[in-house]
Design a protein. Structure first.
Length: 342
């Protein structure tokens, strides 16, 4: 067997081990995370295939160079991928090659060469979130007199009150509720199968108890039944994330008719951002918010520390209270930011 063929076989052997053993079994990565890595590697191989005019079976470690990775970034940009998407693909590729270098010392040079490819600079965008007025308008849309409306209202309430990701929400089971505890809370399972307890507001607890009476008083699945479900063949099946996304868009369109503060683009994750931003505005430390959201690093939560226009205006008025009774020196958001040196 020639050297090129051996290199090709070694590459695909490492790909298989990385995706089927290392990530899911040894690192405990979720299927969604493994899928993201798989897609990144597949896209890079497709780029190599197009550039070399070769087949997938002939792609080897010899094709993996710093230049080929730089070409891959440009290949992604030509497909209108954002800087964050390109960085995600690049980070996934570096992670895979680091694994290969750990498994075979002969591949260390390949990893080091690619590791020098810099991440793209990402424009810092202010975090999008809804005002409390907009959240209230959305929560008022479901008709709680109907069974479906009551369920949907409960979903919206939990999305906001817990700040849970939509996948965490659909994975909830009745057993995850601890409503009789001294301080009621709910247990959610996040990324990496890590669990965290989230305290619940008294009003949310009351809504949950009413919801349970109506939807789980005679549930066949008992404590193991999905908290939010639809009946299929007489058996409760948990809702999909797509179903909740569509539901949120419908209610947002309805709420926008009576509340201009409801954004044009509303999705489940916006409730998470909104809850975090409201907590930050109320004075909760970022370290607490990070724990509340299930972030591994507080650096991830730092996006909420970016002051918005209202916070800047309030800070200016506190510095010079007389401004509150005068005509503002700013007319729009950009003028206010320039005034603050941003």
């Amino acid at each position: 067997m020639d050297k090129a063929k051996q290199s090709s076989q070694a590459l695909w052997k490492h790909v298989r081990q990385y995706l089927t053993v290392y990530l899911p079994r040894l690192r405990g990565r979720s299927p969604r995370t493994v899928g993201s890595y798989r897609q990144s590697i597949a896209m890079y191989c497709q780029c190599l295939k197009e550039a070399s005019g070769s087949s997938f079976g002939n792609i080897s470690f010899d094709h993996i160079t710093r230049d080929s990775v730089m070409n891959f970034i440009q290949w992604l940009r030509n497909r209108d991928c954002s800087s964050s998407t390109c960085n995600l693909r690049l980070s996934s590729l570096k992670s895979f090659l680091k694994y290969c270098a750990d498994e075979d010392i002969g591949l260390t040079s390949v990893y080091h060469e690619v590791s020098r490819v810099p991440l793209m600079k990402e424009a810092r965008m202010p975090v999008a979130y809804m005002s409390q007025t907009a959240v209230k308008a959305l929560l008022a849309q479901p008709d709680a007199k109907t069974a479906k409306g009551m369920r949907n209202r409960m979903i919206l309430i939990l999305l906001y009150d817990t700040g849970a990701r939509v996948q965490e929400l659909v994975d909830l089971r009745v057993s995850d509720l601890q409503l009789e505890a001294k301080d009621p809370f709910i247990t959610v399972t996040g990324k990496g199968n890590k669990t965290r307890g989230i305290p619940l507001m008294d009003k949310t607890v009351s809504h949950l108890k009413e919801y349970l009476k109506r939807f789980h008083s005679q549930s066949e699945g008992g404590a193991a039944a999905p908290l939010f479900y639809s009946m299929l063949g007489g058996t409760p099946h948990k809702l999909s994330t797509d179903a909740i996304t569509v539901m949120v868009k419908i209610y947002a369109k309805m709420a926008r008719k009576t509340c201009s503060e409801v954004p044009e683009r509303v999705h489940p994750h916006l409730f998470r951002h909104s809850r975090a931003m409201h907590l930050y505005k109320e004075g909760m430390p970022l370290s607490y918010i990070a724990e509340f959201l299930g972030h591994v690093s507080v650096n991830t939560t730092a996006i909420y520390a970016s002051a918005d226009v209202d916070m800047l205006r309030e800070a200016l008025e506190k510095t010079d209270p007389g401004l509150a009774d005068e005509i503002p020196h700013w007319k729009d958001e950009e003028s206010l930011k320039r005034l603050c040196g941003l």
